[in-house]
Design a protein around this ligand. Structure first.
Ligand SMILES: Nc1ncnc2c1ncn2[C@@H]1O[C@H](COP(=O)(O)OP(=O)(O)OP(=O)(O)O)[C@@H](O)[C@H]1O
Ligand SMILES: [Mg+2]
Length: 239
């Protein structure tokens, strides 16, 4: 049976007077992987931030599971099971890898039924590199290492929905492969539902089973990556 994990109904959002998201409807099935694609500046990051609650909703409704989270602040949504890997990673440069991961545990505060015994082994199992560099300051890490850390930090909060904003941006191909492999395992072994903003259509198509295309703050098309090719969609995304 298909269960809806996340539902957006007529979601809108603005920076001051300038509206950036217009009546976004979106339904994300539990256990699925969905790619959000679109040109620069169409509102992909704003949409993820609005789902996370770091950007205010100016209209509409967001439901996670059976809970209306529209009025809930970001930390509340994190506790409800949303994890966020922001564009540009935003690890804390002066904290070590281990300390950065520990920050991710904040999302577990007050949640029942979850083990709160520190950083789970599966994070180091997914990203073995982090084990070796656990005592290093995050500001000294390579872009690829920081990205793995940012994903690990989000996982420390044991999300059921993981939002990733361009995790492959500026990262060399071999590390992109490792990240893709880890994301597949996060989905299959941990059962986490994934929404990923991705510029590279090849990556989006190989990883996700559904796509949503944004243009000027609206979803203009959505569908199955199994039924349509990336080439058929490219004209909606390319400059
Ligand atoms: N903090 C802000 N204040 C005002 N306007 C903003 C702010 N952040 C983004 N915008 C504007 O909102 C629009 C959508 O930006 P957003 O970052 O969501 O796009 P994006 O699709 O993620 O772009 P990119 O592919 O470059 O990451 C853009 O016109 C941008 O200039
Ligand atoms: Mg963006």
């Amino acid at each position: 049976m298909m269960t809806t994990l996340l539902q957006l109904e007529k979601v809108s959002s603005a920076y001051g007077q300038s509206k950036v998201l217009w009546d976004i409807d979106m339904e994300i099935v539990q256990g699925s992987a969905v790619a959000l694609i679109g040109r620069n500046g169409v509102g992909k990051t704003t949409l993820l931030k609005t789902i996370m609650g770091v950007q205010k909703l100016s209209g509409g409704k967001i439901t996670l599971g059976d809970q209306d989270v529209s009025a809930m602040a970001a930390h509340g949504r994190a506790r409800s099971g949303i994890g966020f890997v922001p564009q540009g990673r935003h690890v804390f440069p002066h904290l070590t890898v281990m300390e950065n991961l520990t920050v991710g545990l904040a999302a577990l505060t007050g949640r029942s039924g979850l083990a709160q015994t520190g950083i789970a082994d599966h994070i180091f199992d997914l990203f073995p590199k982090l084990t070796q560099i656990r005592a290093r300051k995050a500001g000294l890490l390579s872009g690829g290492e920081q990205q793995q850390l940012a994903i690990g930090r989000a996982l420390a909060g044991q999300p059921r929905l993981l939002l990733l904003d361009e995790p492959t941006e500026g990262i060399q191909p071999s590390v992109v492969k490792q990240i893709e492999h880890a994301l597949r395992r996060i989905r299959t072994e941990l059962g986490v539902t994934i929404v990923i903003v991705e510029q590279y259509l090849d990556f989006a198509w190989s990883f996700a089973e559904r796509y949503h295309v944004m243009q000027r703050g609206k979803i203009v098309r959505e569908g199955s990556t199994k039924e349509e090719t990336a080439a058929e969609i490219a004209h909606l995304v390319n400059i």
